[in-house]
Design a protein around this ligand. Structure first.
Ligand SMILES: [Cu+2]
Length: 178
């Protein structure tokens, strides 16, 4: 840091050193590459989903989830007490995040379309579908809707990848595809 002004006060009239010009150019071009990569990866990367988002009160979202559970429950997941729900193909399916669980377990059919609604009842959670590496931030008061078509059968884990409190590491959910 200079304590006194430069001797030539109009420093911006001095020529830019060649190496500085090279680095400014490299940084600018790299910025452009990364900008266009974001757009390219959204279309071709199959990781950044095109989602819709709507405002919703947590209590209202919980009502919708419970209505689906009451209608389409087919059992419970192990001894966890979390219901397993099998909604009809093509329908709206709901999963909520709350400290510290994903609720309920969804059973979907391979090759069918679903509109998956996600929201949180309390704090921000991260919906991370494993092992396909799909990530969405789930906020209270916002309902994220994505159209999903399962392409493989099996059990897919849903982990929370946004630290949400003391039980964060136990926040494991499941989507089962048959
Ligand atoms: Cu969480």
């Amino acid at each position: 840091m200079a304590l006194t002004p430069p001797s030539e006060r109009l420093w911006w009239n001095e020529p830019i050193h060649k190496s500085e010009l090279v680095w400014v150019t490299v940084a600018f071009l790299w910025g452009l590459v990364m900008f266009f990569t974001m757009i390219f990866w959204h279309v071709y990367g199959q990781q950044n989903l095109s989602n819709e988002a709507y405002r919703i009160e947590p209590a209202r979202f919980e009502q919708k989830v419970e209505a689906m559970v009451a209608k389409y429950k087919i059992g419970e997941e192990g001894s966890s007490g979390i219901p397993v729900v099998k909604p009809p193909a093509g329908s709206d399916v709901y999963m909520l995040g709350r400290t510290f669980q994903w609720y309920p377990v969804l059973e979907l059919e391979k090759g069918k379309n679903y509109r998956l609604h996600l929201s949180s009842l309390d704090v921000q959670h991260g919906f991370s579908l494993q092992p396909t590496n799909i990530n969405l931030q789930i906020h209270p008061h916002y309902e994220m809707v994505i159209t999903v078509t399962p392409t493989e059968t099996g059990d897919f884990g849903v982990i929370c990848n946004e630290f949400c409190g003391i039980g964060h590491h136990q926040m494991l959910g499941k989507i089962r595809v048959k």
